[in-house]
Design a protein. Structure first.
Length: 410
């Protein structure tokens, strides 16, 4: 199921009114005097995020809108990058099938990161007929599709219709639209990302390991002093958030080599050494992705023989109660994966290592289990489950192939 930050006591209640009074702490919006990062973040990510409230009287329809398409009218490069990112798809079939099985409190635990705006929660409450859903249609500045648009621009950049962002870059035109913006170095700090990418110490865990522990992994890594989350996942401030779904990003995280050693008597051992040289956290960081290492012997005539497979990742049962294996590689560390095999002494063969990435392996197992008992599920959940499984399978890719020849016999 979706990752949960904590128990029911931590789940945000759905706002009952669209325009509930919601003043942030004193000092918000003061230009040029941003509070310290920790103070800013505590206020910026206060839970639950309050409704924006009525827009300022002087705002145009475009300025008042919370729609990412509205932001894209002036911030086109950021919008176009966001559209290609997973942030734009956090309310996809992988979440929607679960909503058909959840109560409102459980759903709000997911919305905290998948659809954090109060206005998004209200739209989704109306859609699902949950208790406490607003009785009135949304105001004009709330696009009816906002609930399905994922982690939108406003989730990070808008509070009470005020805009917030990092200090302007060299040569940037600050402009006067929507009253300008409040600059804060918090947007360049890894703690900004920790709101969704780090569970608290008492959060859900298996075998003493938090489901989401990325910030802690980064903080303990040798890369932490010089590199932030943003420096890798938002290079040059691009709103891309590329990760393990992206082959180039994944390749940049790894250094990989293969060797073949003779054991005697026609027996050999293939060894792959995989080093995490680029990810500032575990590779991969949590339980969903897996990297498969398939060892294959290719003979002189082109025939192939599978030798064995290893998996890099944290494997947990689909009920999230039992650890199966954990072969993740921490930042800067390496791990060896070996396979013994037999081969002709005459030579002419080589070993190929085929590296495949399954970004949603855990979800694939879970979706297949639920689909196996589809007759017990609501029809709308089943249709979304099938879409979710198709998306997970389509995301798999071959990352690379590395070959090694046997040692020359003396």
């Amino acid at each position: 199921m979706s990752k949960r930050r904590g128990g029911r006591a931590r789940r945000a209640a759905l706002p009952l009114l669209w325009l509930a009074a919601a003043l942030l702490s004193a000092g918000c919006g003061q230009r040029g005097t941003p509070p310290p990062v920790d103070v800013f973040l505590a206020r910026h990510w206060a839970e639950p995020l309050p409704p924006q409230g009525p827009p300022p009287a002087g705002f145009s329809t475009l300025e008042a809108s919370l729609s990412p398409q509205a932001c894209g009218q002036c911030h086109a490069p950021q919008y176009e990058a966001w559209r290609t990112s997973l942030h734009s798809r956090t309310v996809g079939p992988g979440l929607l099938w679960q909503l058909a099985l959840m109560d409102q409190a459980q759903a709000n635990g997911c919305f905290r990161c998948h659809a954090p705006l109060a206005e998004q929660k209200a739209l989704l409450a109306i859609e699902h007929g949950w208790q406490g859903a607003p009785p009135l249609p949304p105001p004009g500045y709330v696009d009816p599709q906002l609930g399905h648009q994922g982690l939108v621009c406003a989730a990070c950049h808008v509070r009470e219709h005020r805009r917030f962002g990092p200090p302007a870059g060299p040569g940037a035109d600050s402009g006067v639209a929507h009253g300008g913006f409040t600059a804060s170095p918090a947007f360049q700090d890894s703690r900004f990302c920790a709101h969704c990418h780090q569970f608290p110490p008492n959060g859900p865990s298996v075998a003493g390991k938090l489901f989401e522990d990325t910030w802690n992994q980064w903080a303990a890594s040798p890369m932490a002093p010089g590199r932030s989350c943003q420096s890798c996942h938002m290079p040059d401030r691009q709103h891309l958030w590329r990760g393990i779904h992206d082959p180039d990003t994944t390749r940049s995280a790894l250094d990989l080599g293969v060797q073949v050693a003779a054991l005697g008597g026609g027996r050999y051992e293939a060894r792959a050494r995989v080093r995490n040289v680029g990810a500032g956290h575990h590779f991969p960081t949590y339980m969903v992705p897996k990297i498969e290492l398939d060892f294959v012997r290719r003979d002189a005539d082109g025939a192939t023989q599978a030798l064995g497979r290893h998996v890099i990742g944290w494997s947990v049962d689909t009920q999230l109660t039992r650890e199966i294996a954990d072969t993740r590689i921490s930042a800067g560390a390496s791990r060896d994966f070996t396979v013994p095999f037999a081969a002709p002494r005459s030579g002419g063969w080589k070993v190929e290592l085929v590296v495949r990435v399954k970004p949603g392996e855990h979800y694939e197992r879970m979706y297949r289990e639920y689909l196996a008992r589809a007759a017990e599920l609501p029809p709308q959940a089943v249709s979304q489950l099938r879409r979710a499984l198709a998306e997970v399978l389509a995301a798999e890719y071959e990352l690379m192939r590395v070959a090694a020849t046997p040692p020359i016999a003396n």
